[in-house]
Design a protein around this ligand. Structure first.
Ligand SMILES: Nc1nc2c(ncn2[C@@H]2O[C@H](COP(=O)(O)OP(=O)(O)OP(=O)(O)O)[C@@H](O)[C@H]2O)c(=O)[nH]1
Ligand SMILES: [Mg+2]
Length: 388
């Protein structure tokens, strides 16, 4: 039996099996087998052809946002409103046929926004340009899910398609560590009470993935699917915002009805009438979880006018990397003032984690002084002055 037949057989069996306490274990194992087979199928396909190849987009700016929605909901109109881009708008489906980038400058950050063709049901299984479109969403830092006032209820469908491409919208990576060992079988240690999975099922699922020796540390009450996500290791945990467009065409009362029916956090906008767009920009900025770092040249003054924007969780070396690709290796130490410092001017290494509004001085090794003295010269020009 080939992989597609095996997938079909498992799907049939899952359909036939009633969901209850007694079948939970069996269904969990079937899900694990199915996920593994689907990965094999994807790997075979990408070896054989272009089906899983995404669009060629060069990431730029401080973060990348992908716009996902059904055809004709107003994605391109929204991109044009948020940025200076000029993506084609049309009153029919599939006006946009490729990826169209734009740049949103907001609160000192430069945010790349990518307009995409619309997706349709079963996009993640390859319908339309589905896989190509969704693979752009996979590599983005955040996703804007756009629904219009005519079909706001498609939100779960969009989520389903994202999940089908291995994206886990608005989830955190499961707090589980799996360490392969040489011998000893599979040992399962759990720090919390497990209500959705048993240690026996954990061991059997690991067996499906050919892991017969491992230490599993579980630190939250995970589901079977979350364990499978950890084992597959190719999941992308991406934040989303859901936008309801074309609200210029409805009354406040109709808007309230949609909101109460959907019960998700919606940002109502009209790209045509420029309604609530500034609020949307603020929410995009906030969701990207940026922090601001003020650079201070050695012996000079910090630049509080133009902070460097990096993602929350960034280390000193990430900032060095962003300024100049060689700086990371040339770094002798850094000095920190602000929330992440134990005291002002603390010397730290390249793996020190930064916090919002830290002041940072990067000190290169002696042999690389030219870079430093240029850096310290301060004055006019861009913030990367001295590093290029
Ligand atoms: N009234 C109103 N119409 C809008 C708004 N935004 C978009 N439209 C209209 O909706 C239609 C589709 O807009 P597009 O921006 O091309 O939609 P799209 O989602 O990019 O469409 P595809 O690229 O085909 O997937 C056009 O006729 C727009 O003028 C809005 O905020 N209000
Ligand atoms: Mg479009």
């Amino acid at each position: 039996m080939g992989v597609p037949e095996k997938i079909k057989a498992i799907e049939e069996e899952m359909k036939k099996t009633q969901v209850n306490k007694a079948t939970e274990h069996h269904l969990g194992l079937l899900r694990a087998k199915l996920a593994k087979l689907k990965r094999e199928q994807d790997e075979n396909r990408s070896r054989g052809g272009a089906s899983s190849i995404g669009y060629d987009v060069k990431k730029s700016g401080d973060g990348t946002v992908a716009i996902i929605g059904l055809p004709n909901v107003g994605k391109s109109t929204l991109l044009n409103r948020l940025t200076k881009a000029n993506s084609k708008v049309g009153a029919y489906n599939f006006t946009t046929l490729t990826v169209v980038p734009g740049v949103l400058n907001h609160n000192g950050a430069s945010i790349q926004i990518l307009d995409l063709p619309g997706i349709i049901e079963r996009a993640a299984s390859g319908m339309g340009l589905g896989k190509r479109i969704l693979s752009v969403a996979r590599s983005a830092d955040m996703i804007l899910l756009v629904v219009d006032i005519y079909r706001p209820k498609v939100h779960p469908l969009l989520i389903k398609e994202l999940r089908g491409m291995g994206i886990r919208p608005d989830e955190q990576p499961p707090n589980v560590v799996i360490e392969k060992t040489q011998t000893g079988g599979v040992s399962v240690t759990s720090m919390v009470k497990l209500t959705k999975i048993t240690p026996r099922l954990v061991r059997e699922i690991l067996n499906v993935y050919k892991m017969s020796n491992a230490r599993v540390m579980i630190r939250e009450d995970i589901t079977t699917d979350q364990l499978i996500d950890v084992l597959l290791g190719n999941r992308r945990y991406v934040s989303t915002l859901t936008i309801l467009t074309k609200v210029d065409l409805i009354t406040k009362q109709e808007l309230d009805e949609i909101k109460s029916k959907l019960r998700i956090n919606l940002i109502p906008v009209s790209a045509d009438s420029n309604l609530n767009i500034e609020n949307l920009k603020d929410q995009i900025y906030q969701t990207l979880n940026f922090i601001r770092i003020y650079l201070r040249p050695e012996g000079g003054e910090a630049d509080f006018q133009e902070p460097l924007i990096v993602k929350d969780g960034s280390l000193v070396q990430d900032v060095a990397d962003k300024l100049h690709k060689e700086l990371k290796t040339q770094l002798r130490y850094a000095q920190i003032w602000g929330k992440s410092a134990k005291f002002g001017g603390q010397k730290v290494g390249s793996t020190h984690a930064l916090m919002d509004e830290d002041v940072l001085t990067l000190v290169p090794r002696r042999g690389d002084r030219t870079m430093k003295s240029r850096n310290a010269s301060g004055g006019s020009g861009s913030r990367t002055q001295g590093y290029d």
